[in-house]
Design a protein around this ligand. Structure first.
Ligand code: ADP
Length: 397
């Protein structure tokens, strides 16, 4: 069976078609500028690439074009739509309404639209638009919702509750939900496989460090804590997001800068993080370059990021009462030896020793960067969120 994985944003739609027998990507691509003049689909398949410059006023037209590309001359990989057994849709936030991957029914669609939009106002409405378009174009194909939050559903109450009135948690669902769950799930399972152990035997800290960053404590294969919170603003500072901050400081800043509540939250999401500290960029490559050229604020931004990430690793080792493995993944985790070294530096007392030469190397696939005698293994594992979405979708059917 082939599963189509869809990740729809407000003006974009990324897809991969995955053959579940081989778990290989047979076609992939993305539409950009949906609803904006100059929309384009860049599609790959059969070892070829094709660009479609076509007006895409909405997601329905975009999906129709993607399905056309999947069959088109040169890059086509299927003969008929019947070859697509199911579609898996990436959904950022589930609230407490969905704990696991869910087959789409009219009731499910209703709950998604009526209950979860306010939890992820940028992401969920866009994903639902993509989903509705897909249902219209492929009415007979089963669809699944795969949530970024599902892997974190196993967190105990003590980890997901905030210290607010319990009634308010119950009434409004304000609690830690986490994010990047499919990535944390994938890399923690890959780590267990690589180490030749059952997930139940391992205490792992997974560091998904990218534009958005989150750290999770995975004990016995289950997530027991994670750094992102009610929204992806929490935890370590990120490209442009502040990470954790005292709520009183937010109110103070808003008053001083003349911002409304929601403007203050936008400020914390878009103008802060390493971009705000460095005044240079949200991209860690630029920060590395800046620091090398003697820019003290670039160096400070990197230092703060590493320090905050390290504190989560230590906290989660304490929370789990042990640590067998640290995993680095996503754009920064997979590509920045400096960040990896900065994060684990000083954790020797926990039994972590980095093999610096190995850490500096670029390796395809899973890469062990701790010394042979390091008690705690340190691994770099390329994440694959689409494969998790495809697997979950196939498993549901
Ligand atoms: P997203 O959260 O958007 O999926 P990614 O996981 O793709 O983000 O991570 C993107 C980030 O990865 C970039 O902003 C950049 O800071 C970082 N990155 C990519 N390559 C490198 C590199 N070679 N060195 C340091 N950072 C890198």
């Amino acid at each position: 069976m082939k599963v189509l994985v869809i990740n729809a944003g407000s003006s974009s739609l990324k897809y991969q078609l995955i053959d579940m027998q081989t778990e290989k990507v047979v076609a992939k691509g993305g539409c950009e500028r949906i609803g904006i003049p100059g929309s384009v689909l860049k599609a790959k398949g059969n070892g070829n690439e094709k660009t479609y410059e076509k007006d895409m006023p909405n997601h329905k037209v975009a999906i129709e074009l993607v399905l056309h590309a999947l069959k088109d001359d040169g890059i086509g990989v299927i003969k008929s739509m019947d070859e697509i057994g199911a579609v898996g849709h990436r959904i950022v936030a589930s609230g407490e309404y969905f704990k696991k991957t869910t087959l789409v029914t009219p009731d499910v669609l209703k709950t998604l639209e009526e209950k979860t939009f306010e939890l992820a106002p940028l992401h969920n409405p866009a994903a639902a638009t993509g989903l509705r378009a897909c249902i219209e174009v492929m009415p007979k194909t089963p669809m699944a919702l795969v949530f970024d939050t599902s892997f974190h559903a196993t967190m105990p109450e003590k980890a997901y509750l905030y210290g607010i009135a319990y009634e308010d948690y119950k009434e409004y669902g304000v609690r830690r939900y986490g994010a990047h769950g499919t990535s944390h799930k994938f890399v923690s399972a890959e780590a267990a496989k690589y180490l030749g152990k059952k997930p139940e035997q391992l205490k792992i800290v997974t560091c998904h460090l990218g534009n958005g960053s989150s750290i999770s404590a995975v004990d016995g294969g289950k997530c027991v804590d994670t750094s992102m919170g009610f929204t992806p603003l929490a935890g370590v500072m990120m490209g442009t997001r502040s990470g954790d901050i005292d709520a009183s400081a937010v109110e103070f800043l808003a008053r001083k800068k003349g911002l409304s509540h929601s403007e203050a939250v936008t400020y914390l999401n878009k103008k802060c993080g390493v971009a705000g500290i460095s005044g240079v960029s949200s991209d860690f490559r630029d920060l590395d370059d800046g620091a090398k050229q003697g820019n003290a604020r670039c160096a400070l931004a990197l230092d703060m990021f590493n320090y905050q990430t390290k504190k989560f690793v230590g906290a989660y080792a304490a929370a789990m009462g042990g640590l067998a493995c640290i995993v680095f993944t996503a754009g920064i985790g997979e590509n920045s030896p400096n960040v990896r070294e900065g994060v684990v530096e000083g954790l020797e007392f926990l039994g972590v020793t980095l093999e610096k030469n190995e850490n500096a190397k670029r390796v395809d696939g899973i890469h062990e960067i701790s010394t042979k005698d390091s008690k705690v293994k340190v691994l770099v594992i390329p994440t694959n969120e689409e494969l998790v979405i495809a697997r979950e979708t196939a498993a549901l059917l």
